[in-house]
Write a protein that binds this ligand. Structure first.
Ligand SMILES: *Cc1c(COP(=O)(O)O)cnc(C)c1O
Length: 413
């Protein structure tokens, strides 16, 4: 079970809404820091650990700065994300570029910033060399083809996913890069998304550690790091349990001692590139009810839409909803909670049991801090909302203003 909280009381939130009209995403600095520290503590036994925050989850330099102050780096997968990292003064080997189908200008920017470059394909060695040059530290993304539970809806089965190199290509790639004079290497994978099972993370660590040993034995490369990727899940539903970080930490530590240490790889840095687990439950979309419609079903219409949060429509994802001031009321009504797009799947919830809702009520949609605002788009000319940050000292800071129609029309010729 997971309790669903909101960091402001009713009076405080109503004050915020007076200044910043809904909809907006609100992020909680304290919670973000706690989440980061929990992940760091999970790997405190390792010779070295680094979290490269997956910028795509919440691409705002103010957030990156919070994490960087605690020692986190960034995981970037586009030119814009590299620039966000730079804006937050995170540069050099604190950046890991993990992209795919990568354009030359991303490689060039990554090289300019001194980032660790993680290649998604064997052909990218030559492409990178030709278009940007080879970096000091090179890593490859491994696709293990099969994983035990066959993957979940978000990322799919590894063998059918577009990411990474095959097992044979991994060995060939390190050999080619070594022959070209690259001296420092890492290894990466990302095979799960929104995963909460301990076993999956232990399995990932095991195949990665075994591969690191094989790379040492076959190619003569002592890897500097193994990046286990992101994918640490959060309990979106109140009845779900959170990730057991203690069990994962203890289990991976055991594998480290069993597989890496006896093979002379006791200095390997453990890396993660978590997004969701850092900011997911530290964000909320706050929206106002503007319509109630009763036809064959009962609909509650919000002043927000998929432009502000598309996970429910995209993956059928569950996001918990509470109503300001009615948190303890009985959930004795059933509603579809909708946005305003001309798309029937523009719904935040379907057949959701909620207390009786009135026009003007403030709805709080939970766990929107990762892959929420960031996924927004402008279909129907709908605009993306503002982002607010609740600082640890209680102050509310506007960290991104809402889009305006001028923004929307700015690209017209
Ligand atoms: C999306 C992504 C992440 C972050 O995933 P989370 O589920 O937010 O932890 C990390 N690495 C790569 C390569 C990704 O594509």
């Amino acid at each position: 079970m997971t309790e669903k909280n909101f960091p402001l009381d009713e009076k405080a939130l109503r004050e915020v809404i007076k200044k910043y009209p809904t909809p907006f995403h609100l992020y909680d600095e304290k919670k973000i820091r706690e989440n980061f520290r929990r992940l760091r503590d999970t790997f405190s036994w390792a010779a070295e650990f680094r979290e490269y925050f997956a910028v795509k989850a919440l691409p705002n330099p103010h957030i990156v700065k919070i994490l960087a102050a605690d020692g986190a780096g960034t995981d970037c997968s586009s030119l814009a994300e590299l620039m966000i990292s730079e804006m937050a003064n995170v540069t050099g080997e604190k950046i890991m570029l993990t992209s795919n189908d990568t354009p030359a200008n991303e490689f060039q920017k990554a090289l300019e910033l001194g980032a660790i470059i993680n290649l998604d394909d064997i052909t990218h060695i030559e492409y990178l060399e030709k278009n940007a040059g080879l970096p000091k530290v090179l890593s490859f993304r491994y696709n293990p083809a099969d994983i035990m539970n066959n993957g979940n809806d978000i990322i799919g089965k590894p063998a059918e996913a577009k990411y990474g190199l095959t097992r044979q290509q991994i060995f060939d790639a390190y050999q080619i890069a070594k022959n070209k004079g690259v001296k420092r290497f890492g290894l990466h994978t990302m095979i799960a998304s929104n995963e909460r099972e301990t076993e999956t993370f232990l399995y990932t660590a095991q195949i990665m550690f075994e591969l690191a040993v094989e790379i040492k034995n076959r190619i003569g490369i002592n890897l500097e790091f193994v990046n286990l990727g992101g994918g640490f899940g959060i309990p979106y539903r109140p009845e779900e349990n959170p990730v057991d970080y203690k069990a994962i930490g203890a289990g991976i530590c055991e594998l480290y001692k069993k597989i890496l240490v006896p093979n002379g790889l006791e200095k390997i840095r453990i890396a993660t590139e978590s997004g969701r687990a850092i900011t997911g439950d530290a964000g909320w979309l706050v929206s106002t009810v503007i319509h109630e419609k009763n036809t064959y079903k009962n609909y509650i219409g919000l002043d927000s839409c998929m432009a502000n949060l598309m996970r429910p429509a995209l993956y059928g994802a569950y996001h918990h909803i509470t109503i300001l001031g009615k948190e303890n009321f009985d959930c004795d009504k059933i509603y579809d909670v909708t946005g305003s797009l001309c798309e029937n799947n523009d719904k935040f919830a379907i057949n959701r049991k909620l207390p009786k809702i009135d026009i003007g009520d403030i709805l709080i949609i939970h766990d929107t801090g990762a892959h929420g605002h960031a996924m927004g788009f402008n279909y129907n000319g709908k605009l993306r909302s503002a982002e607010l940050l609740l600082r640890e000292n209680g102050e509310i800071e506007l960290i991104r203003r809402a889009e305006t129609l001028d923004d929307y029309f700015a690209t017209l010729i």
